[in-house]
Ligand binder design. Structure first.
Ligand code: DGJ
Length: 715
């Protein structure tokens, strides 16, 4: 028996020498784990029993296998048997390595389970070894696999489109194979996210239900497969998408999968998010203790119309409102006809435009530094515009089947990172910038298209595995830059939500959550994203009103109150703001810097979903429960609508809390002149945790797009 325990849950495997490895339990901790081995349920003798922990094509399963291989003698299929296992203990968990061997071929698979007990989070991955001399072809290989007993499962996942990412989908798992995947090569998480929840028995709520949470830590093409088999059990797996990723394993070599992150809760989906967030913050994320400051980004305020004078003004305004960084977005590079004055030219020519910036960027970066600001720069390093010097010099450097006409998207092509020469060029170009302008403290790494025609003109021996080669090169570039410039902060932008996965989060400090900055739609996008990813990683910007994506008009307070539930930034033209708006913004940024530790490191409790009612609410609670931050947003107001009080689960019922309103507005009157009350009578009061948890907080909002942010402190 191999008992992989992980905080609140465990996976139990039945391991007998020269037998197939079976999975006999995945779920809550059992006080006598051996019982699940000793008391296996009866099985009719005519049924094919395949409870394999890592089923492979040819090894007795007819369902979607976790892996499939072909061999140099032309045979397909493997037959794996348990050989041995080891366990290494660490202060925070353990690493199990379980070795399976094929009965004939020199194929060895090591299943690796790394657990972190305090978070109830584990990562499963596989290492595939070719111990012989002939090639082995890996047709597919999942990072992890689970067989879950039971007939009644619900699947929750995130899907959407540009500017509408991570909408929540919930469905009952029915017979058949459900595939969630991406074949986009880059920007692989905009339409679907490689994460899911699976709840047993019934759809989970925030506080009830047995739930498994899975997320693949891979930024390239991915696939999660969920199959309800002929017995009604659910088989679930995740890994690199086999479509276009067939690897050849020469004799004596090995292949490593990315990790599949898994967690479990017996009390609904709320704990799933909190476990993942804490683990992400403490274990997984790039540089955990370096935070991206509140920033002002030039995009929606200036688009491509940037030059030395406009940027000086931006920097001045950023300092004036108390931001910690200015980010120069698109539009600053390319020369002459190749100048980046629109999205039609310039990508790949990472030379500062001499007309717009005659003195270059260094004086601006220094100016920012002198004003106490970091300087950030937008780059889209994987791209080239057909209208560019780089493309004229190296048309063979693009991703494409060289015998076909290249297809553009947003008027651009992708650079073929699977070609080592191109990889080196991209690394050196960025590295040179960072060496020349050491004041650059942040890179917004954009990626505005996917790979639709994979292929390479280089001598890369196998374009069958193009996508993996591309992704590995991309990760090498980022890793290399981070090693050489350790204080640099990186944002994974990818036109919003396109690189939102734990593979990217290992290298990047945050995501650009969505190009949609409309606060109402952001509530939905951030709600979905927050199921799996921590608030620290979700860049959220206040933009001008009417909003540029939806045309919706919302008050500045509402926009701040939404953006403050992630990593706050501003993306507008400050010179268009009124004095009142500037004053409000200055104070809100100051407040945010005070409350940010709660947003970044607090435990997230989702109190009411935007899907359920126009009153949406979340709460961040410090782990010791001494402080909390409540957000409530109203997106629609009908007279007579009444919402039940928000019960602040997560607080300590035995403590008392004072309530302070953040971002208060001046006293308001209705159009006939009648003074309106403040949105809560609890502001500046002290009330018991018992009242807040069991009775709850009621707000009175007079108009739609009203909101409240409340800081709670234990007395
Ligand atoms: C897409 C990004 O998501 C935007 O924020 C902006 O940087 C543009 N690209 C610039 O072209």
């Amino acid at each position: 028996m191999i008992n992989i325990s992980c905080g609140k849950w465990q996976i139990i495997l039945k391991a007998q020498k020269e037998s197939k490895l079976e999975i006999v339990h995945a779920g809550p901790l059992l006080s006598h784990p051996e019982e699940v081995i000793n008391h296996r349920p009866p099985v009719f003798p005519w049924l094919n029993k395949t409870d394999w922990a890592y089923p492979v094509r040819g090894g007795g399963t007819f369902h979607e296998p976790a892996a499939s291989f072909s061999f140099s003698d032309g045979q397909i299929g493997a037959d794996l048997f348990f050989h041995s296992h080891t366990k290494k203990s660490f202060d925070d968990g353990a690493l199990w390595e379980i070795c399976l061997k094929d009965s004939h071929y020199p194929l060895e698979i090591i299943l690796r389970f790394r657990t972190w007990d305090n978070y109830s989070v584990m990562e499963e991955s596989v290492l595939i070894r070719n111990r012989g001399g002939e090639e082995i072809h890996i047709n597919q290989a999942a990072s992890g696999f689970l067989r879950l007993k039971g007939n009644d499962f619900w699947l929750t996942h995130l899907a959407g489109s540009w500017a509408n990412e991570n909408r929540l989908i919930e469905e009952k798992v029915e017979r058949g194979l459900k595939i969630l995947d991406s074949r986009e090569g880059a920007r692989t998480t905009r339409h679907q996210n490689p994460s899911l929840l699976l709840s047993r028995g019934r759809a989970s709520t925030e506080t009830s239900g047995e739930v498994f949470g899975l997320s693949l830590a891979w930024d390239g093409n991915w696939r999660l497969a969920c199959e309800k088999d002929d017995q009604g059990d659910v088989l679930i797996q995740g890994g690199i998408n086999p479509a276009g990723s067939q690897s050849v394993l020469p004799g004596g070599t090995e292949w490593k999968s990315p990790p599949l992150i898994m967690t479990w809760s017996g009390e609904g989906r709320g704990p799933i998010s909190r476990q993942l967030h804490r683990w992400a913050n403490d274990v997984k994320m790039a540089k955990r203790h370096e935070e991206v400051p509140v920033l002002l980004n030039s995009w929606e305020g200036a688009y491509f119309n940037v030059n030395s004078d406009t940027i000086k003004k931006f920097i001045h305004d950023a300092a004036d409102i108390g931001a910690g960084m200015f980010v120069l977005d698109d539009g600053w590079f390319g020369q002459g006809d190749d100048a980046r004055n629109s999205d039609k030219a310039g990508l790949g020519d990472w030379e500062i435009n001499k007309e717009k910036f005659p003195q270059g960027l260094a004086p601006l970066a220094k100016k920012a530094r002198d004003k106490g600001l970091k300087f950030g720069l937008w780059l889209e390093p994987e791209m080239v515009s057909p209208q560019s010097k780089l493309y004229r010099e190296h048309p063979e450097w693009i991703v494409n089947n060289p015998h076909h006409q290249p297809l553009t998207e947003r008027f651009q092509l992708m650079l073929d990172l699977s070609n080592r020469e191109v990889e080196a060029y991209v690394f050196q170009t960025i590295d040179q910038y960072l060496c020349d302008i050491p004041e650059i403290g942040y890179i917004k790494w954009d990626c505005n298209r996917q790979i639709t025609s994979p292929g390479s003109a280089s001598s890369n021996p196998s374009t069958n595995d193009f996508f993996r080669h591309y992704e590995e090169a991309f990760l090498r570039i980022i890793k290399g830059l981070r090693e050489k410039h350790p204080s640099l902060l990186f944002q994974a932008c990818a036109s919003g939500g396109g690189r939102m996965n734990y593979g990217a989060l290992e290298q990047f400090h945050e995501f650009w959550t969505s190009d949609n900055t409309d606060p109402v739609q952001r509530l939905f996008i951030q709600w979905g994203s927050g199921l799996f990813y921590p608030a620290r990683a979700m860049a959220s910007h206040v933009t001008s009103s009417p909003n540029h994506q939806t045309g919706r008009t919302t008050p500045l307070k509402f926009r701040f109150d939404v953006a403050m539930s992630g990593r706050l930034g501003l993306e507008l033209q400050p010179s268009h703001m009124s004095d009142e708006e500037r004053t409000f913004s200055r104070r809100a940024i100051k407040e945010y810097n005070r409350i940010r530790p709660l947003v970044f490191d607090g435990d997230l409790y989702r109190l009411r979903a935007p899907y359920e009612s126009p009153l949406t609410s979340i709460l961040f609670v410090r782990p010791d429960k001494k402080e909390a931050l409540l957000f409530a947003w109203l997106t629609q107001r009908f007279v007579g609508d009444n919402y039940s009080p928000l019960k602040l689960q997560g607080l300590d019922e035995n403590l008392s809390y004072s309530l302070e309103e953040i971002n208060p507005l001046p006293p308001m009157v209705d159009p006939s002149g009648i003074p309106l009350p403040r949105t809560s009578t609890l502001y500046d009061q002290t009330v018991s945790g018992s009242y807040l948890v069991n009775h709850g907080v009621e707000f009175q909002f007079f108009t739609e797009y009203s909101s409240a942010v409340v800081l709670l402190k234990a007395k």
